[in-house]
Design a protein around this ligand. Structure first.
Ligand SMILES: Cc1ncc(COP(=O)(O)O)c(C=O)c1O
Length: 304
């Protein structure tokens, strides 16, 4: 990645995530899944633990490298990673259920990873969007030798920018860089220059501040409108609210939203062995008017 961009990202990570790094430890990627792929390329063989329910693109990326996915029940402490090369988690905001990982679970996960000699992969996809309190510092700040940190511009700037960053555990930085150099697998240079300008101009900080206010307001509206359907699974944060529901009610609500022209994903689509069911109501990529129409459709389904 561009040296100036890596410096700007290192400064930002120290300021916002408590991660104090040398810019040479920050690798610019083409987004979260790209960073995950680069990391997996240098790890020894073995399955990867992934939260269940969890991020579907991470599951597909792990499988795409020929590795088996092992289910880690989301929100439960992880004590056993025997045989795993890595464990992929979303500690700031469990995706898609929502709660942050409690401090005691963080320590247990790190301990399990040390025992198994596995890497913990921290996907910090939307920690900018805690509305009430400052986000808890990154898990990677607790153990730089054990945790790989993944960040993205997909939530703060745009998913189509295809830029993110990977901070591998210190002893893997050289291996990842060498493999990328050998395969010419670099992130787009013009996109990196554009992101550097957006960071230097203060645009990213400004957008995050104003989007955080918008999302806080929208999350409150979503929670209120969905109250007749059910309680959200986690505290309001980010740009989606997940409501656990039995499978039939979730399906009926999705059908009603579809009839009104909206796609509201089922929680079941993020679940593997856990069989979790409900609705994942995203509100980042719509207008306020569209959100109101979608919520009216969902509320209508709740009334039956
Ligand atoms: C859990 C999670 N991680 C990461 C991302 C961003 O991925 P990428 O940077 O590959 O666009 C998303 C966005 O949808 C997400 O939901």
């Amino acid at each position: 990645g561009l040296p100036e961009l890596r410096e700007a990202l290192a400064e930002r990570l120290a300021r916002t995530r408590g991660l104090v790094l040398d810019p040479d430890e920050v690798l610019v990627t083409a987004g979260t899944t790209d960073g995950l792929r680069h990391l997996l390329g240098v790890l020894p063989p073995g399955p990867v633990g992934v939260e269940d329910p969890g991020y579907r693109a991470a599951v597909e990326t792990v499988r795409g490298t020929g590795r088996e996915v092992r289910d880690l029940p989301a929100l439960a402490p992880v004590d056993d990673l025997a045989g795993c090369a890595a464990a992929y988690v979303t500690p700031a905001h469990q995706h898609p259920l929502g709660p942050p990982m409690p401090a005691a679970h963080r320590l247990r996960l790190l301990e399990a990873a040390r025992r198994a000699d596995a890497v913990v992969v921290e996907d910090d996809y939307d920690s900018e969007f805690r509305y009430d309190v400052a986000p808890i510092p990154a898990l990677a700040a607790l153990d730089r030798d054990r945790v790989a940190y993944l960040g993205t511009t997909s939530k703060t700037v745009a998913p189509s920018l295809r830029l993110g960053w990977l901070v591998p555990p210190a002893h893997l930085v050289t291996a990842v860089c060498e493999r990328r150099a050998a395969t010419h697998d670099a992130a787009s240079w013009p996109a990196q220059r554009a992101l550097l300008s957006l960071l230097r101009d203060g645009y990213v900080d400004q957008v995050v501040r104003s989007a955080r206010r918008t999302y806080a307001e929208r999350a409150a509206r979503v929670v209120a409108a969905l109250a007749p359907l059910g309680e959200p699974a986690g505290p309001p944060a980010g740009m989606y609210v997940t409501v656990p529901l039995d499978a039939d009610r979730a399906q009926a609500a999705q059908d009603a939203a579809r009839a009104a022209g909206f796609d509201v994903p089922l929680l079941a689509d993020y679940a593997r062995g856990s069989g979790a069911t409900g609705l994942v109501v995203g509100f980042g990529g719509c207008t306020d008017a569209e959100l109101d129409r979608a919520l009216a459709a969902l509320a209508g389904a709740a009334r039956g």
